[in-house]
Design a protein around this ligand. Structure first.
Ligand SMILES: NC(=O)c1ccc[n+]([C@@H]2O[C@H](COP(=O)([O-])OP(=O)(O)OC[C@H]3O[C@@H](n4cnc5c(N)ncnc54)[C@H](O)[C@@H]3O)[C@@H](O)[C@H]2O)c1
Length: 447
């Protein structure tokens, strides 16, 4: 990395934290060999030269490596947080001081500041955006549809300060966007179905080298890491309830079992529930699981999965967390309504008292792996962010031809990323013989 000592526009905790951020970012970089190779090629080819990219991502050491890669490709970059609790303040400082990234993110920022930072990233005037949860693209579309009243205060005020022509130009300038997570992709596909998408999207989450690894192994490990850091509980011997058996839920259930927990899965999809059952987990409705669990974690992408009726049935001391994208999976307003007292008992742990029983809510119901831990390990984000970097290049290469819909990266990109990762891990695989290629392409041979 070359320090360029540009004091870029920013709103961060403290620039003096930059040295620590640099050290930790370099630590992650060691585990990101695929992204490193892409960065080296980008530095030569400069595929994003002159492009302005606004990113709304968790401000972690892994994201820093992605930002440095975009800078190496020639882009100007602005970064805001995709969650008020997920920012690592030292990383933010490092990106501003050493890489000239415009960073607007402070760990623990309130809602007003969070949306002020989104407004600042939009005001940067991006050609491309990168989202984790569709906050930037959602805001741009509210602006484009003239639905300023539906925007959060600071974004609305930023939009209102622009003329109609300036608002149109802000949206028209955007040639495409990438989306990191399941929840964001669901929202963008809903926009595509409504026919309102203003530019093409690449659903990075839908790459196999993203969701099969990041959502499963990354979320599985880092969610437990966050829960354990926040509480220091012993998982062995506990009853752990995992709500949702998608990619994240599979990983979380697998890792909780590995740590010695008895795992119960709740689901709404009969196929996913059947898979959980045949993977050897107990499956039951949340209403039954509520009275059994010592620890609960939601990973559904849905709203109010654990509600007052469930909190009412929980044991004294039950611990409740969420690792799905938004902080709506736990109905904390419902819990507050039935509670007679609440207090902070340690960092990231709030105790609610209901009918003499104590329920511990972790990290305000926000992504616990990012609130109380450091998010996914760099080794898995290597592949996710290789996809992000290549998706930005893909959008620029195909900007004249891509339709305004949600696209996946070509399967060849998955194969390329997986091959680079395997090579970095020193793992070889077989190749098809000519005979096998012919056999697989025929219907009458070898029967
Ligand atoms: N913590 C992280 O770092 C991280 C990483 C990746 C994804 N995510 C987020 O986690 C969430 C899940 O992602 P995924 O990739 O596993 O999605 P997925 O679509 O693969 O799985 C979600 C599962 O939840 C189930 N579900 C929906 N409503 C439910 C309910 N009321 N009760 C029980 N189950 C229910 C669905 O049937 C589905 O099987 C999303 O919000 C995603 O954005 C978080």
């Amino acid at each position: 990395m070359t320090a360029i000592s540009i004091d870029a526009p920013h709103d961060i905790r403290d620039l003096a934290l930059a040295d620590e951020g640099r050290r930790r970012t370099e630590w992650s970089e060691r585990s990101m060999p695929v992204l490193r190779q892409i960065r080296a090629r980008f530095a030569e080819e400069r595929p994003l030269a002159g492009r302005r990219i606004a990113c709304c991502l968790h401000v972690t050491t892994e994201t820093a490596n992605l930002m440095i890669t975009l800078r190496a490709a020639g882009a100007e970059v602005a970064l805001c947080a995709s969650n008020p609790l997920s920012t690592q303040d030292d990383v933010a400082a490092h990106l501003v001081r050493d890489h000239g990234v415009h960073v607007y993110a402070i760990k623990g920022e309130d809602n007003e500041t969070y949306y002020t930072h989104i407004a600042q990233a939009l005001a940067f005037g991006p050609d491309l955006t990168q989202d984790d949860g569709a906050d930037l693209v959602g805001s741009l579309h509210m602006i484009s549809l003239g639905r300023l009243g539906d925007l959060s205060g600071p974004v609305r005020r930023m939009a209102e300060a622009l003329s109609v022509e300036e608002r149109t130009a802000l949206v028209a300038r955007v040639r495409g966007s990438t989306e990191e997570t399941t929840t964001g992709v669901i929202r963008l596909k809903a926009m595509a179905i409504e026919g309102i998408l203003q530019f093409p999207i690449v659903a990075v989450n839908d790459s196999r080298t993203k969701h099969m690894f990041d959502n499963r192994y990354g979320t599985g490990q880092s969610t437990l890491d966050g829960i354990v850091r926040a509480t220091n509980i012993l998982l062995a011997g506990s009853v752990t309830v995992v709500a949702g058996y998608g990619w994240c839920g599979r990983g979380l259930a697998m890792r909780a079992r590995g740590a010695g927990a008895h795992v119960i899965v709740t689901e709404v999809d009969p196929v996913a529930a059947l898979e959980a059952k045949m993977d050897g987990f107990e499956v039951m409705p949340m209403e039954e699981a509520a009275s059994r669990g010592d620890l609960f974690c939601t990973v559904t992408g849905n709203i109010h999965v654990i509600r007052a009726e469930h909190f009412r049935r929980m044991k004294d001391g039950a611990i409740v967390a969420n690792s799905g994208h938004f902080n709506v999976e736990l109905d904390l307003d419902g819990l507050a309504e039935i509670s007679t007292a609440r207090r902070h008992v340690r960092e990231f742990v709030e105790e609610f008292v209901y009918d003499g029983r104590r329920i511990m809510v972790l990290g305000e119901g926000r992504l616990i792996n990012l609130a109380a831990a450091e998010g996914h390990p760099a080794s898995v984000m290597d592949m996710s962010f290789a996809n992000q970097a290549l998706a930005a290049e893909f959008l620029v290469e195909h900007e004249q031809t891509l339709e305004r819909k949600v696209h996946c990266l070509p399967a060849s990109v998955d194969a390329q990323i997986a091959s680079l990762k395997l090579a970095a891990m020193g793992t070889g695989i077989d190749t098809l013989t000519d005979e096998q290629v012919t056999y697989l392409a025929s219907w009458d041979a070898g029967t």
